[in-house]
Design a protein around this ligand. Sequence first.
Ligand code: OGA
Ligand code: MN
Length: 231
Amino acid sequence: MKLLLTVLRRTQKPALYRGHRNRSLSSSPSSGLSPVRDDALVVGSSQELVRRLGSQVEVRTSFITEEEEGAFLQELEPGLKKKRYEYDHWDDAIHGYRETERARWGAACEEVLNRVRSSAFPEGSQLLGPVHILDLDKNGFIKPHIDSVKFCGSTIAGLSLLSDSIMRLVREDNSSEWLDLLLPRRSLYILRDEARYNFTHEILKEEDSVFSGQLVPRLRRISIICRNLPG
Ligand code: OGA
Ligand code: MN
């Protein structure tokens, strides 16, 4: 399983960190996020890019309730607690994480996952059987990568538990084209097609987590990720 999870990602060279970091920290960072409309959750290097990729990148706030978040934690915590966070694998796309996958869920979680599947994937689309769970420590982050095209299809859908975070997309062959997605706790994000194949995605570490001039505090974050199979 570890092998499959590893091959799901291909890390890009750090050069991609350049060129899209010139926005400054807010002088008075506030804690917590003010309420935002879903279309305010995506910003980018140009309005044109935000418009063009708009249908391939979605963030849906409050996709799950507090109770549903609790149901996931109850199912996942015992297994996750037995693992240690991993920090030191230089090659890894992820720093400060533990992960697992799960095929069978209790009723409450299964109902949520069915909602994710019907929201994100085209009807009749073949899904990767087990759902992927990634637990990022408060200091954990995901480096720029593109999920394996050999093992995953056109669509990636993820629920964010326990923390807000920022996902950055950078065009693989032109790092001046980027989008930042604010992923509020309990939201669902969906990446499709060009956004999934031609842009790297990453989850920023806290010190870089600034969205529209506002610092986004990072806590421990668990993501629940559904993918389809290559068509
Ligand atoms: C991954 C990934 C994003 C997330 O595991 O390949 O990009 O939301 N995860 O955790
Ligand atoms: Mn990924």
